[in-house]
Design a protein around this ligand. Structure first.
Ligand code: C5P
Length: 296
């Protein structure tokens, strides 16, 4: 890519088609067997070269814009990788957020992976995909998936990835409950539940975190039932929640179910809490997620 002052990147969300928690690991994480699936819902990162200190701005006021944001940590890692010293500087990142935060859709992790690739392009770093994967794994268990996209099996912390054959496109209805769930908390609830019931996996369901999260937020169960009643061929909570999704074969069926869920949720303010989108295969993902120069 030419040496330009601005690079733009799309950061697509994911759902987990299945998520088995096999048990706690000595490093504080949990051993997983999960199937990640990219979806078309996406944030946009615009990274501009500046002369001032590093900064992040975000369209969602609930999203941190300091070093708690994984984009900040991604920039720091790439900065050091480039052999630069001192405080991070010389770039500003504008994030237009459409992926709800703390919803189990991987928004923060996807932003981090997009930032790694965009900074490598902006600063023209000769960093290999293998090196990027190593850096990504250090930023969070889900981050490496967002360098691959499509459908992937994730083992260990979810970061040992095996690309799977693409399924035909599905339409996805996402229902976003008002509450958020932190990933750490969801795994702690799983620990509590399995310790008290001496089970290692929840019975049934596609997601082992669903039952422990639903104990604290029974609304999850109601949303799953509603999606099933309205024709979803598969329903599940995504990741550690709180988003719940239903898969449909046609856009019409998905839009219809989405409308029912919107009505059930009630007030017009909450209408944005139902999103109809689709799955994205790996080839398309690589096109959509590639850092590029903005057109204007
Ligand atoms: O890696 P990341 O920062 O996204 O993970 C957030 C938290 O979620 C971890 O600190 C850990 O508590 C929990 N987690 C886990 N097992 C995983 C992934 C995440 O216990 N495989």
């Amino acid at each position: 890519m030419a040496d330009r002052a601005v690079v733009r990147a799309s950061a697509l969300a994911k759902i987990n088609l299945s998520l088995r928690v096999l048990g706690p690991r000595p490093d504080g994480y949990h051993e997983l067997r999960t199937v990640f699936q990219s979806i078309a819902l996406r944030d946009t990162l615009t990274i501009s070269r500046t002369r001032g200190p590093f900064e992040i701005t975000c369209s969602d006021p609930a999203c941190p814009t300091d070093s708690r944001n994984r984009v900040w940590r991604a920039a720091e890692r790439i900065w050091r990788e480039a052999g630069r010293r001192g405080e991070l500087r010389g770039a500003s990142v504008r994030i237009v957020k459409r992926i709800p935060i703390q919803a189990g859709l991987g928004g923060g992790s996807s932003n981090a992976a997009a930032a790694l690739r965009a900074f490598a392009a902006l600063w023209r770093l000769p960093v290999s995909l293998r090196e990027l994967r190593g850096i990504a794994a250090g930023l969070g268990a889900d981050v490496p998936f967002f360098l691959e996209g499509g459908t992937c099996l994730g083992l260990e912390r979810g970061d040992l990835l095996f690309p799977l054959v693409d399924e035909p496109r599905s339409w996805v209805v996402l229902v976003l409950p008002r509450f958020r769930v932190s990933t750490k908390e969801a795994f702690a609830w799983w620990d509590e539940m399995t310790q008290s019931s001496s089970r290692t996996t929840a019975v049934g369901g596609m997601n082992d975190l669903e039952a422990p999260v639903a104990v604290h937020h029974p609304e999850i169960g109601a949303v799953l039932r509603r999606l099933r009643q309205h024709g979803a061929r598969q329903t599940s909570m995504s990741g550690s929640g709180s988003a719940v999704f239903g898969l449909f074969d046609s856009r019409t069926a998905a839009e219809r179910a989405g409308a029912v869920c919107r009505r059930a949720i009630g007030s017009p303010d909450d209408a944005a809490r139902v999103i109809v989108t689709s799955t994205v295969n790996r080839t398309r993902y690589q096109v959509l997620a590639a850092p590029h120069l903005p057109r204007s």
